[in-house]
Design a protein around this ligand. Structure first.
Ligand code: UT7
Length: 321
């Protein structure tokens, strides 16, 4: 059977680290509040010379090197982002040009924090139907550019970064590697609980992020537990068999509550929210790359990816490495 197999991963972070203590010097917050409510200790913030596309290019180069292939054979690039360099063209086309693999398919996906899951499932469908052979799937964000630094309820939560994976369509055995099942959902009834208050067609401005955090939290735990159950059922795999969960990194309390609901122990959940904060579409591939590089995720492991974000959008994907 044809499956989308992971060949390599890479990630990139801006140069500048901003600790909670440094934020507390500027706004009315504290290291204790941020750690207790979110688990975040620091975040990376892009400088003027760092953009969504430049972070994406750095992460992609590392993913290609890890996969041991050149950019020339990539015929599909999907970049998940809510903070593109420009309204158009798609930042994926900038990445494609920088990597020097022009001519294939390249587009952006806008599903905010679930963007990487949406991009992964889309790439998987296109690879399995033969539209492409090798894909770069990227999550890259510069959320610091759309934060209201006067709003302590949101600005302490987010950071910038990028992660990328290379996928290849391969003919594999039933128990072989690759993406086994994916589910995506959206419920636009909640699109005003987490949104940006501007855009080209409304205000003509970029806008700033607005969130009703407590309500988002409540929906996140319920929706994530549900979609994880659906994917396990589709793949006919029990929660016990999953080696690692690579979740969207919004809040340590959401990660703990979701793992508890599934009966999965905390030591099988990859946590990077303490180091990166919430990097939206970049958080899942960033966390994945950390766990690949430190040797926790190994060939043959069953890995569950999951995310929930603005829209609301949410999804999960199970893969064997
Ligand atoms: O990535 C997409 C998905 N996003 C999420 O999943 C985010 C989900 N939501 C959350 O993670 C949490 O709701 C937050 C971390 C955003 C907030 O935690 P909370 O426990 O829900 O706190 P809260 O918003 O109810 O605020 C509690 C208190 C308030 O003070 P009062 O009214 O109780 O006196 C806030 O004013 O904490 C105050 N507060 C702060 N204090 C210090 C809010 N932000 C801060 C801050 N520093 N940065």
């Amino acid at each position: 059977m044809i499956r989308s197999v992971f060949l390599g991963s890479g990630s990139a972070l801006p140069k500048r680290v901003v600790t909670n203590a440094a934020l507390a010097d500027e706004i009315d917050t504290s290291d204790e509040w941020i750690i207790e409510r979110t688990g975040i200790r620091q975040r990376y913030i892009a400088g003027d010379d760092e953009t969504t596309s430049s972070l994406a290019v750095n992460a992609s180069r590392k993913a290609l090197a890890a996969a041991g292939i050149g950019a020339g054979s990539i015929d599909l690039i999907i970049l998940a982002t809510a903070t593109p360099d420009q309204t158009f063209p798609a930042s994926a086309t900038i990445v494609q040009h920088e990597l020097g693999c022009n001519g294939g398919i390249a587009f952006d996906v806008a599903a905010v924090c679930s963007g990487f899951l949406y991009a992964l499932a889309t790439a998987d469908s296109m690879l399995r139907t033969g539209m492409a052979k090798r894909a770069l799937v990227i999550g890259s964000e510069t959320f610091s550019r759309i934060l209201d630094w006067e709003d302590r309820g949101t600005c302490v939560l987010f950071g910038d970064g990028a992660g990328a994976v290379v996928l290849e369509a391969q003919d594999v055995a039933e128990d072989g590697p690759g993406i086994l099942a994916s589910r995506l959902h959206a419920d636009g009834a909640h699109n005003q609980l987490l949104f940006v208050d501007g855009g080209p067609s409304t205000t003509g401005t970029v806008g700033k992020l607005r969130m009703k955090g407590r309500e988002v939290f409540r929906h996140a735990v319920v929706n994530l537990a549900e979609v994880l159950g659906e994917v396990l059922e589709d793949a006919d795999i029990s929660a016990d068999e999953v080696d690692w969960i690579v979740p969207h990194q919004a809040n340590k309390r959401i990660l703990d509550a979701t793992a508890r609901k599934l009966g999965i122990s905390e030591d099988r959940v990859i946590v990077t929210v303490d180091q990166h904060a919430n990097t939206s579409a970049a958080s899942v591939p960033l966390a994945f790359d950390v766990a690949i590089k430190d040797g926790r995720i190994k060939p043959g492991d069953l890995v569950m990816f999951e995310a929930m974000g603005g829209g609301f959008t949410w999804g999960a994907c199970l893969a064997r490495m």
